[in-house]
Write a protein that binds this ligand. Structure first.
Ligand code: NAP
Ligand code: MG
Length: 403
């Protein structure tokens, strides 16, 4: 069989620990035999980030902007333990944070659904994709404890020195607490555009919610910006695609989500997204079955798994023990990126390959062949737990039969 050709390279961001091992296995077993893989390779493994003073992370983000599509392996975000383990010059920042700031993107997380693994909410038969606005609000706040007898005001000084004051509270009865939050029209606008683009891209409705009835200026601004951008830039394209933008109050949204069957994107303010993404991920069963894509407002895509580097399994692997690590989310990061590359380059062979590789993966699990984490969850009668590499080989056999 002739290998599938690629026109434009993918930006490939390699990573750390068990996911780095899986990364190479996926390429060797499932990609290189079938695709004339063209990538621009960046090694974001912690060792190389340290050697380059983290320049490689910035370079990989710049390359992503240039080519439009990247696939990223999970990476270590250094903490005190990693400083000694890797003898680091500095506690380098999270690569995901750096890349997200450069691309100004929004992260969309989508569960991969397979037969035999029933969500805790059994009516969720389709995936719910969560988009979290990752800027501002309580994550960039200023807060104080204030003693009894204090008077607290919100003061804004404009560029000409004019002051506007609003009373927050007179703490005459008791000591208390105050908090200052902000967000930016620009950031909210980027978030809205990323969400609307991704909805068009995946042909799914998009829901957005806030508490605008209570927060008549702050949350209401989110509602207004979404609405203005939708009306002026997206309304017609949504109508053509037969999809909807739906705004409601956050408490109504939560109630509707629980009653829904899934199959839409739920755009969340920063705190809502933090909390709800953990709830939704848990309800679908496994973080190892959750994909993640960073989408910039100008249509640049970076695909990855939602989980980390699976450190505990890596230490077993280093000791020569067999591991049974789930590679599905990392594999779907590759198929997502290859499909998007195929769409942008107009190479249907590449798109078809990505589709088949995903089908082969799901078929493998639905045939009862799975890694340990899924074997614990699956209700299939004849399931067989396989190791990390066997699982990929099993997928490869099913893929070959489909090509
Ligand atoms: P983790 O790598 O997600 O793993 C936590 C636990 O979840 C594992 O020990 C394992 O449970 C289970 N698990 C996660 N993914 C799995 C998979 N693919 N297959 C089977 N089991 C899986 O989180 P962590 O251990 O807290 O973090 C490890 C490193 O990852 C940290 O250095 C962190 O900075 C980094 N991290 C990176 C990203 C990213 O790059 N996007 C995201 C999160 C964390 P059992 O041990 O019970 O089998
Ligand atoms: Mg959280």
């Amino acid at each position: 069989m002739e290998k599938i050709k690629m026109v434009t390279p993918l930006v490939e961001m390699d990573g750390d620990e068990m996911t780095r091992i899986i990364w190479k296995m996926i390429k060797d077993i499932l990609l290189l035999p079938y695709i004339d893989l063209k990538t621009e390779y960046y090694d974001l493994g912690l060792k190389h980030r340290n050697e380059t003073n983290d320049k490689v992370t910035f370079d990989s983000a710049a390359a992503t902007k240039k080519y439009g599509v990247a696939v990223k392996c999970a990476t270590i975000t250094p903490n005190a333990d990693r400083m000694t383990e890797y003898n680091l010059k500095e506690m380098w920042k999270s690569p995901n944070g750096t890349i997200r700031a450069i691309l100004d993107g929004t992260v969309f997380r989508t569960p991969i659904i397979v037969k035999g693994i029933t969500p805790f909410i059994p009516t969720w038969t389709k995936p719910i994709t969560i988009a979290r606005h990752a800027y501002g609000d309580v994550y960039k706040n200023t807060e104080m404890r204030v003693p009894k007898g204090s008077k607290c005001e919100l003061v804004c000084t404009d560029k000409d020195g004019n002051e506007t004051r609003e009373l927050i509270h007179e703490f005459s009865e008791s000591a208390g607490i105050i908090q200052g939050l902000h967000n930016l029209d620009k950031s909210i606008g980027s978030f809205a555009r990323s969400c609307f683009n991704f909805a068009l891209d995946t042909k799914q409705d998009i829901w957005f919610a806030s508490k605008d009835t209570i927060s008549k200026k702050y949350d209401h601004r989110f509602k207004d910006i979404f609405n203005e951008i939708f009306e002026s830039e997206y309304k017609d394209r949504f109508a053509e695609s037969g999809i909807e933008y739906f705004y409601t109050l956050i408490d109504d949204a939560v109630a509707r989500v629980i009653r829904s069957e899934g199959g839409y994107i739920w755009a969340c303010k920063n705190y809502d997204g933090d909390v709800m993404s953990d709830m939704v991920a848990t309800a679908y069963g496994s973080l190892a079955m959750m994909t993640s894509v960073l989408v910039s407002p100008d249509g640049v895509y970076e695909y990855e798994a939602a989980h980390g580097t699976v450190q505990r399994h890596y230490y077993k692997h280093l000791k020569g023990e067999k591991t049974s690590t789930n590679s599905v989310a990392t594999l779907f990061a590759w198929t997502g990126a290859l499909r998007k590359r195929g769409e942008l380059d107009n190479t249907p062979d590449l798109i078809a390959f990505a589709d088949k590789l995903e089908k082969a993966t799901i078929k493998t699990i639905e045939d009862g062949v799975m890694t340990g984490d899924l074997a614990l969850l699956s209700t299939l009668p004849n399931k067989r737990k396989v190791d990390t590499e066997e699982f990929l080989i099993e997928i490869g056999e099913r893929l070959k039969a489909m090509l």
